[in-house]
Design a protein around this ligand. Sequence first.
Ligand code: OSB
Ligand code: MG
Length: 375
Amino acid sequence: MMRMQLAAITLRAMRMRMKTPFTTSFGTEWDKDFILVEVKDVEGRSGWGEAVAMKAPLYNEETVGTVWLMLKEFLIPLLWQQTPGHPRDVAGIFRHIRRNYMAKAALEGAVWDLYAMAENIPLYRALGGERAVIDVGISLGIESSVDKLLAQVEKYVAAGYKRIKIKIKPGWDVDIVAAVRRRFPAIQLMADANSAYTLADSARLVALDEYNLMMIEQPLAHDDIIDHAVLQKQLQTPICLDESIHSVEDARKALALGSGRIINIKIGRVGGLTEAKAIHDLCVGKGVPVWCGGMLESGIGRAHNVAITTLAGFTLPGDTAASSRYWEEDLIEPEVTVHDGVIHVPDRPGIGYMLRRDRIDKYTLYSETFRPETM
Ligand code: OSB
Ligand code: MG
């Protein structure tokens, strides 16, 4: 295809109230603040991406503010200088900029969507996806009581979700997992610590081996793969890495060290769809299962997650739950729905869902449009 001809890029700072607050070992979110990226070409077509950085740098170092700055000052100007021939070129254009993965991913994702729109094919097919139906699980936050958590588990097991992930932290771990397992002996269950432990806690983590968990996600430091390798040797339960993996190189090193046996792939955490696919390909080659993580996305980011999950190596249920689990009204139509634990992947061009521009406007706090200087 021809070099893409970009005409304008619009950034929007968004705020959407979640139906219920979401608590992890690092904090509670009520309002979801995020950035939307719209890339327009000279034909008037649009591609959309979502930056999953949160208001505060608690999951990783990025924030809504840093993403805006990086896009405005560095990443958008780079696209004006070097127009990509194909979306897979974008990662290379951004490569010399250190880190800032979520900022890169949002813009790269919008370029991928625009490319698929221009080619009149679904994004998932542009990525090489094969599945028309994807399996999904759900991630349940920390609650104020075990009974409240059990009620949540009950609700989503009844709704058909294929696996339940519960968030753990010191003081909300072995007893909680035991209670959920006692009540639901047969469900696929896992726990996510979001880096809340150190090797000094390994006895508590070994105690979780009793409960037949599919995996323990990111028990140790966000930037560690060394201690995770030590811990994995002590555990029967597989470790799944989330925060520690930002690239195919990180994944290669972690697997070589034995830091985990499963990888959670988040498009934003790894700098975009191209790198996400590269990590997927590496893992397929090594027989390591992957699944698609979530960052409480709006429908736009959710649609990107649905698309990447269609790749053959995403063999474990992901965190891409239904829109209605998060939002009163989503930014896409139809919204993402889950029945019997699966999402039917739409076969329309681009991300495959229509945009509700009225709602996008309603939840926009402020916006700014950038154009190439020569235009
Ligand atoms: O660690 O996977 C995580 C949400 C925000 C930040 C980090 C994580 C999560 C989730 C929720 O687990 C996944 C979702 O429902 O989108
Ligand atoms: Mg996680």
